[in-house]
Design a protein around this ligand. Structure first.
Ligand SMILES: *[C@@H]1O[C@H](CO)[C@@H](O)[C@H](O)[C@H]1NC(C)=O
Ligand SMILES: *[C@@H]1O[C@H](CO)[C@@H](O)[C@H](O)[C@H]1NC(C)=O
Ligand SMILES: *[C@@H]1O[C@H](CO)[C@@H](O)[C@H](O)[C@H]1NC(C)=O
Ligand SMILES: *[C@@H]1O[C@H](CO)[C@@H](O)[C@H](O)[C@H]1NC(C)=O
Ligand SMILES: *[C@@H]1O[C@H](CO)[C@@H](O)[C@H](O)[C@H]1NC(C)=O
Ligand SMILES: *[C@@H]1O[C@H](CO)[C@@H](O)[C@H](O)[C@H]1NC(C)=O
Ligand SMILES: *[C@@H]1O[C@H](CO)[C@@H](O)[C@H](O)[C@H]1NC(C)=O
Length: 526
């Protein structure tokens, strides 16, 4: 994930994504599940082909810039011009084991000047993409895949670059509460003067900054991020927590008080919930409080915000809430939720979370298979049988989507596909947990649909309308998370077991950050 600014009913940024790993010696599988994680070479190779194709386009037309524009063969720099696509592609090239691309990126990263930028720096985006990409590459090359790095010195410089970047960002936490500012300037250091920050942007730093402390021995990074997070774990005032564990979105940087009770598993909130369980996967000793907050949020979500479309009682989506009022709207970004429940269920050995997660995965799968392209929309809505006809928060489907809604159980309010990963990510967790080939087939079908609709020019471009046969036209932009997330999850679901894959017995050696960069975990005590 990513925090993307989506156009939801309310405030917000967006985000998301998930986790991982594997135990070398499998003992027994839960509930008699088959160990079916064998290589599907044909599919894995097809995904690698798509990765190599997009990488070649990026390298030729945009190397060192943040994004490729695949149609015009040009580029843009929305992430401070530090080469976001290269850094985001790093851990994917490593897990796909493509030595030439690993080498190219490994030799590129030491050349980035993280001291200089004229644009605003997002603490959140910079953390999940750049810091995450570098720490993951470091963990993988120092850990399970050392022979992929032809230049050992450069691997150490990657860590030095991560430290330099974090040191440049650290002033963000210098606020009256320790809750960071998200909008930063570097030369000279300053902020956008915003008095609030959101729970996704505050709460999706702790994995990366804690990992950096654990690798370097400098405890400051972990302390800064955990102090900011502490206000989210003990939300005040009480009215900002409409149900236990489910909280509002915006927090005052000067007082630590929540400003609203509007939230959900959607952009702006999403990866705050994602990281609660992932911190426990990362270190079961230090992060049991995070686990407990995830359990509260998960139980409240099942009890209070899970709803079924009036025309499709078999589908389950999570609604947004404003206090205890529900808004039946969700989005592609929120589709990481199934994967989060599955990871929680595997980790806590609670079948109810796995079962509920699989229900959510099924709903998000339907958002794909119901459209003309076979790809799901950016934002969608539904109504329930208890929705009043005059409920302004929950409008009925428009006339031109009535028939679509009857059949699909949702209607589309933003039909774009911007190369997001969350549905693929949740297919990945569903497959890793169950070994059921169905989820591999779902991921493959989604990949084939994306490859046949969004592939254009020298890469892949955003689509305007997933419910038009040809995708409704392109937006000439390939975001860096295409490399980090979509291609990684599309590949790993068909790849053989390895230490960085999600383990179905809940004892993982790696955990994916929200941008799908795998980090080595501390894990449970030996
Ligand atoms: C290895 O990486 C270091 C650090 O980036 C660099 O100075 C050196 O030139 C590289 N060596 C080779 C042989 O590319
Ligand atoms: C630890 O990190 C902090 C935060 O960037 C930095 O100010 C401090 O100098 C570092 N300490 C050491 C010993 O490097
Ligand atoms: C933030 O406030 C300071 C002090 O008033 C001001 O100098 C600076 O220009 C402001 N920054 C922005 C981005 O508005
Ligand atoms: C809503 O009502 C219709 C008509 O009674 C029924 O067929 C459908 O199953 C109901 N939907 C849900 C989610 O209960
Ligand atoms: C919606 O309709 C109900 C009864 O049909 C009525 O009591 C309520 O006032 C209406 N609400 C609005 C916002 O019009
Ligand atoms: C396991 O994989 C094999 C080969 O792809 C497939 O035939 C079999 O149905 C799978 N088993 C399950 C339980 O999905
Ligand atoms: C992806 O698209 C390319 C270009 O059209 C094609 O050659 C390749 O076979 C496609 N891959 C799959 C799996 O459909």
């Amino acid at each position: 994930m990513h925090f993307s600014r989506t156009i939801l009913a309310v405030p917000v940024l967006g985000l998301l994504s998930l986790t991982v790993l594997a135990v070398p010696n499998r003992v027994k599988l839960p509930r008699g599940r088959p160990d079916n994680h064998t290589l599907n070479r044909e599919r894995a190779d097809a995904v690698k082909e798509a990765f190599t194709f997009s990488w070649d386009g990026y390298q030729k037309y945009a190397m060192g810039h943040d994004e490729l524009h695949p149609i015009s063969n040009s580029y843009s720099d929305s992430r401070n011009s530090w080469g976001a696509s290269a850094v985001d592609a790093f851990s994917t090239a490593i897990v796909m084991q493509i030595p030439e691309i690993v080498d190219t990126i490994l030799n590129y990263i030491p050349t980035i000047d993280f001291d200089v930028t004229t644009d605003q720096v997002s603490l959140f985006e910079t953390t999940i993409r750049y810091l995450g990409g570098m720490l993951s590459g470091y963990d993988l090359l120092k850990g399970p895949l050392p022979t992929l790095a032809s230049n050992a010195t450069a691997v150490d410089v990657v860590l030095a670059q991560a430290i330099r970047l974090a040191d440049n960002l650290a002033f963000a936490f210098d606020t009256p509460t320790g809750i960071p500012s998200n909008g930063l300037y570097f030369n000279p250091p300053g902020t956008d003067n915003s008095t609030t920050n959101g729970i996704a942007t505050i709460g999706t730093l702790v994995l990366e900054w804690t990992r950096l402390s654990d690798i370097t021995g400098n405890k400051t990074y972990a302390e800064l991020s955990q102090k900011g997070e502490s206000y989210l774990l003990a939300p005040k005032p009480a009215s900002s927590e409409p149900w236990p564990g489910l909280v509002g979105t915006n927090v005052d940087i000067n007082t630590g008080l929540f400003q609203d009770a509007f939230g959900g598993w959607v952009g702006g909130d999403d990866s705050f919930y994602e990281y609660l369980i992932k911190m426990y996967v990362y270190d079961t000793t230090r992060f049991s409080e995070y686990r407990d907050r995830w359990i509260l949020a998960a139980d409240s979500s099942i009890a209070h915000i899970a709803t079924h479309p009036s025309t499709r009682p078999d589908l389950t989506f999570l609604s947004i809430f404003d206090g205890q009022e529900l808004i039946h709207e969700s989005e592609h970004l929120a589709c990481f939720d199934g994967g989060s429940f599955i990871l929680g269920g595997l980790t806590l050995k609670e079948q109810k979370y796995i079962d509920f997660g699989l229900e959510l995965v099924n709903g998000c799968h339907d958002t794909y298979i119901s459209t003309l392209t076979g790809i799901g929309p950016e934002i969608f809505r539904w109504v329930t049988n208890s929705t009043a006809a005059n409920d302004t928060n929950n409008p009925q489907p428009p006339a031109d989507q009535q028939a679509f809604y009857e059949k699909a159980g949702f209607f589309i309010t933003n039909g774009q596909y911007v190369l997001r990963p969350e549905v693929m990510e949740s297919f990945y967790y569903a497959y890793r947990a169950t070994g059921d080939q169905q989820y591999r087939d779902w991921a493959w079908n989604a990949f084939v649909a994306i490859n046949s609709t969004a592939r254009v020019g020298s890469g892949f471009a955003e689509l305007q309308d997933v419910n038009a046969a040809d995708g409704g036209g392109f937006n000439d932009f390939q975001d860096s998370f295409w490399f980090a997330e979509v291609l990684k999850y599309s590949y790993l679901i068909h790849a053989p077991d390895s230490v960085f894959q999600v383990e179905n017995q809940g004892v993982n050696q790696f955990v994916f950050n929200t941008e799908a960069h795998p980090f080595k975990v501390v894990g449970p005590p030996i």
